[in-house]
Design a protein around this ligand. Structure first.
Ligand code: SIN
Length: 317
């Protein structure tokens, strides 16, 4: 049966249960395999804006259903602008355990914020949202964490908020420190250079809130300050945005879905899975985003590479 021919679900009785003080809620009472009515779509979108990341359980979606669910909230991007997509599914990116298998020489410099990122902030228009579906999940380990960049901004002191309001930073995709140049990961990054300048504080286009837009994995330096000033300031801000009280940690099960607002969050993919023998396989879609704007009204600018557009449409049969 084609996805389009499945009758719309009756107005779902959504139950939205917050999971921490500042971020994350689990939603029950809806079957995402079916097209949603306007009321349910609006309720899910409102929960996304309020809780930043929302979770669903026991939604055993096919790739087609994942794409169809995502399309109810925006235009889908290509799976990943640097690392491509699942064959036959231009909108789906495979989050497999060894997708970034990279050889390292010597010791990697690990810091508390290492690995935290907001998706694709090296692009001038990072995706507005990401929808991640768990398929093969280890019995333990492999949790993902998200942090709320709006509460992080609000919890800065007033003078520091005013100071960072006017700053901008350069975001780029770069191979991890210590990676050799031979891995597929490093060469994909080199072949698809993406570099953009974004405000350090982003005004949320739907809510008007200010978010501390400091994606640790991509933000390389602050514009117009010395390298030492940039590094010290960024470390202060990265340490701040990853404070545990701003975060939520999600334990995956097969059929779990995480749907996050990429304009107001950063997240951390697990690395403990590399100490376990279990496999882990998830699939992600992302929705086309707008160009961020700072509190001064200045928009982000692309330095290298193009914006992330919509993936070519495919028939969903
Ligand atoms: C991601 O960064 O989108 C993947 C998160 C995960 O693997 O848990």
């Amino acid at each position: 049966m084609s996805v389009a021919s499945i009758p719309a679900a009756a107005a779902a009785q959504l139950d939205v249960r917050p999971l921490s003080a500042h971020i994350g809620a689990e939603i029950t009472g809806v079957n995402l395999a079916h097209p949603l009515d306007a009321q349910t779509t609006a309720a899910i979108r409102a929960a996304l804006l309020k809780h930043r990341v929302i979770f669903f359980r026991e939604q055993f979606l096919s790739h087609e259903q994942h794409v169809a669910f995502s399309a109810q909230f925006g235009e889908l991007t290509v799976g990943h602008p640097v690392f491509g997509h699942v064959e036959g599914y231009p909108q789906i990116y495979s989050i497999s355990k060894f997708r970034k298998a990279t050889r390292f020489e010597g010791q990697t410099l690990l810091r508390p914020w290492t690995g935290w990122h907001t998706d694709v902030t090296a692009a001038v228009n990072p995706p507005f949202a990401s929808i991640l579906r768990g398929v093969e999940i280890p019995p333990y380990g492999g949790d993902t964490q998200w942090t709320n960049l709006v509460i992080a901004y609000d919890k800065l002191s007033e003078p520091v908020r005013r100071f960072v309001d006017g700053l901008r930073g350069v975001h780029r995709f770069a191979p991890p420190v210590g990676a050799t140049g031979t891995s597929a990961f490093a060469s994909a990054v080199e072949q698809h250079t993406l570099v953009s300048e974004h405000p350090l504080v982003r005004v949320h286009p739907e809510t008007g809130e200010r978010a501390l837009y400091v994606s640790p994995g991509f933000l390389k330096h602050i514009v117009g300050v010395t390298p030492r000033e940039s590094q010290a300031l960024l470390e202060l801000l990265w340490e701040h945005v990853t404070r545990p009280e701003f975060t939520v940690r999600f334990k995956w099960e097969p059929g779990s879905i995480a749907f996050w607002d990429n304009r107001s969050t950063a997240h951390l993919a697990p690395t403990d899975i590399f100490d376990l023998d279990f496999d882990r396989q998830l699939y992600r879609t992302t929705l086309v985003g707008d160009v961020p704007v700072g509190p001064d009204g200045r928009a982000s600018v692309a330095i290298e590479g193009s914006s992330v557009g919509a993936a070519a449409a495919v028939a969903l049969n």
